[in-house]
Design a protein around this ligand. Structure first.
Ligand code: GLA
Length: 692
């Protein structure tokens, strides 16, 4: 039997416990799906795989409280003891994402209602209306019972509240939501006059004289007031967060173990994770690859960087990913040999101190029986099991990485309000999707080997050499002032089209499009000139126009799609002009000195390859050195007391060279490495360098 792992509170969690002495390793454990005889084998195999942490009881409410107010904790007592004896620690779940049938039978109004007015379920999960009083009180009762019973149990090192708030549905249009939305609006605006002004209700005769007439934005034949929809998105996020806070506080009454909940950083924009990050003791995330995208590992990196940013740079837990295929996408592609390790190490390199999966043992029944697991249906004589045990052994060699931090020189702006506002109806072009620009700019930065933090436009940006604003449609005056001050103080800011357009009420800024960034960028947008779906235009870009570091000053043609602007220069110099399209000869890409820094503006949609040319100049202007590694070798660094840890993941089919600044130790093999390291095709290396 391997040594019992011990968990010691570490400084990286500000004294909040779960200072994992080792990298956490494990997954969701659903023992109630199996006869009790199987549990002992589970723990034995967990030990074999190096599992030291499981999330337990996530969907157990109906078994723990089979009838309202009647509890059965016997089976959970026994399974927790077994895990404890086996040295496996527990993140105990509050099972409130799947209320029992008795709750819905007694309170059908506690179900979530969709935009058409149809109540959801039952038969699924996540179907409760977050503001339904019957749900809220029942959820607090089971949470309190669990916290009282297990709050001081030595095996319970943390709490996993609920499951993926906002999934499978984040917006509820029930009668309870209707009531709570009005209360939320009264709190926010105080008077109907203020609400009328904020929502611009003079338009289309939407003026309100009575709070009772204000509605949730239900389905309509045409566009619904965008400010109303934006407030509904804010309210819906706040309603879910209030559920979390109530459960967290109920847990804290009886337990000092840290409380977390599993976010869906890159896939669920309905929850403002920067706000949620302030409420949890520890940040956790779930991530699943989009199987249709063979380069899904770039999306993985974005999700991990966002999670770390939400955690304020502190280590975080990857609570779920998959060992192989999922079962809920149209075509569920199995992971290739080594992909499980590559994905896991990418999360680790970007700051995760726990690598966990959905789920421990594959289910025989129910909706997720075709989802991969740590212990697959094929059993232990299988590739997946061998890769799972190998990963467990390798993570066991990386204890010294716990608590180490990732540093990023580049910030990419990520703002939920802008997300919620941009993609509503009646926009200048359906081709201008918020997420698309974020992904494309992130992909460029990933390919160029830059580690990126995701940042709010209002936060302190002074530590970054470069800030990229790929989709800042909604930009408050304060946020614009912050970006302008960043440039003034010497920063390099790059802004993409359809940014700086509206304020917090989705009202166009006085002074016109881009007005709040005029000082920083030295341009204004007189009119949007969106393109037809299949149209493209050419930008003549003078590579090297930016000066320092430029390869040449020859004109380079770049293809743009989706968008163009009628730009008026107000101090900026054009470094790219439209050769054709709606405004031939007009400025397309500009650069502007402001204070000690520079503001760049790109007014069309360049794809990831075309962006390479422009970004090379932007990096040079920002003083960002090229990474010097081949495309497809993902390199991230964590720094801790023991030195710098370079995590290198080779996504290519050939060996890749990794230049090292100093002699290193390979932490997976123990070998000393001098000169360049080589990372074989599809492989992962973790190298420690120390400087004297
Ligand atoms: C989500 C849920 C899990 C499981 C997985 C499947 O992340 O939290 O319960 O359904 O998806 O991928």
């Amino acid at each position: 039997m391997p040594e019992t792992p011990t968990f010691v509170p570490g400084p990286q969690y500000d004294g909040w416990l779960t200072g994992v002495e080792q990298i956490g390793y494990g997954g969701d454990y659903n023992p109630e799906q199996w006869p009790e005889e199987v549990w002992a084998e589970d723990v034995r195999l967990m030990n074999e795989a190096g599992v030291n942490l499981v999330s337990l009881g996530i969907f157990s409410w109906a078994l723990l409280e089979p009838r309202e107010g009647e509890f059965d904790f016997g089976w959970l007592d026994r399974v927790i003891e077994l895990l404890h004896d086996g040295g496996v620690r527990v993140l105990l779940a509050t099972p409130t994402a799947a209320p029992p049938a008795w709750l819905y039978a007694a309170h059908p109004d506690a179900r979530v209602v969709d935009r058409t007015g149809t109540p959801m379920g039952p038969g699924g999960r996540g179907l409760m209306a977050p503001t339904a009083p019957a749900y809220r009180s029942a959820a607090l009762r089971i949470t309190t019972e669990l916290a009282q019973r297990y709050g001081k149990h030595p095996a319970v090192v943390g709490w996993h509240v609920h499951n993926e708030y906002g999934a499978p549905v984040a917006l509820d249009y029930s009668v309870h939501a209707q009531r709570a939305f009005r209360e939320w609006l009264r709190d926010r605006y105080d008077s109907l006059d203020a609400l009328n002004a904020a929502w611009g209700t003079a338009f289309w005769g939407q003026h309100y004289e009575d709070w009772e007439h204000v509605q949730v934005p239900a389905v309509a034949p045409e566009a619904v007031n965008p400010a109303q929809q934006l407030d509904f998105a804010r309210f819906s996020d706040a309603a879910l967060r209030a559920c979390f806070v109530a459960e967290r506080d109920a847990v804290r009454e009886h337990s000092s173990a840290p409380v977390t909940t599993n976010f869906m950083a890159a896939s669920c924009p309905a929850t403002d994770l920067f706000a949620w990050g302030k409420e949890v003791d520890l940040v956790s995330n779930d991530h699943y690859l989009q199987a249709a995208n063979p380069r899904g590992y770039v999306g993985l990196a974005l999700a991990a960087d966002l999670t770390r940013s939400v955690a304020g740079g502190k280590p975080w837990l990857l609570l779920e990913h998959s060992t192989s295929a999922v079962n809920w996408q149209p075509r569920n592609v199995a992971k290739r040999p080594g992909e499980l390790a590559r994905n896991s190490f990418a999360h680790l390199g970007r700051g995760a101190d726990a690598i966990m999966f959905f789920q421990w043992r594959a289910s025989r029944s129910g909706a997720e029986k075709f989802h991969s697991a740590m212990l697959p249906h094929a059993g232990t004589d299988s590739r997946v099991w061998r890769e799972v045990t190998e990963l467990g052994a390798n993570l066991g060699r990386l204890t010294e990485l716990t608590g180490s931090r990732v540093h990023a020189d580049v910030a990419l702006l990520w703002d939920y309000e802008s997300f919620w506002a941009q993609d509503l109806e009646f926009r200048p072009s359906q081709g201008a999707r918020h997420r698309e620009r974020v992904d494309t700019y992130y992909d460029r930065l990933w390919r160029d080997g830059h580690t990126v933090d995701l940042a709010r436009p209002t936060q302190d940006l002074s530590g970054y050499k470069l800030v990229v604003a790929p989709a800042s449609y909604l930009l408050t005056a304060d946020a614009a002032a912050n970006l302008t001050a960043y440039v003034e103080a010497g920063g390099t800011l790059l802004v993409s089209y359809f940014s700086g357009i509206v304020d917090e009420h989705d009202a166009v800024h006085p002074g016109g499009f881009l007005a709040p960034l005029r000082d920083a960028l030295g341009v204004r947008v007189e009119e949007f000139l969106p393109l037809r779906a299949d149209d493209a235009l050419t930008v003549t870009y003078r590579a090297g126009a930016a000066g320092a570091g430029a390869a040449s000053t020859d004109a380079v043609p770049l293809t743009g799609t989706v968008w163009a602007d009628d730009l008026v220069l107000a101090g900026a110099e054009p470094v790219g002009t439209y050769a054709d399209g709606p405004k031939p000869g007009g400025a397309a890409i500009t650069r502007h000195r402001h204070g000690a820094g520079t503001g760049w503006y790109v007014s069309t949609s360049l794809d990831v390859d075309a962006l390479a040319t422009v970004m090379a100049d932007v990096y040079a202007a920002a003083g960002l050195a090229p990474s010097g590694t081949v495309a497809g070798l993902e390199v991230v660094r964590r720094t801790g007391d023991g030195g710098t840890y370079t995590v290198a993941i080779n996504h290519t089919d050939g060996p890749a060279k990794l230049p090292l600044p100093a002699p290193a130790t390979d932490l997976l093999t123990g070998d000393a490495v001098t000169g360049d390291a080589e990372v074989s095709a599809g492989a992962v290396r973790v190298l420690r360098t120390t400087t004297a």
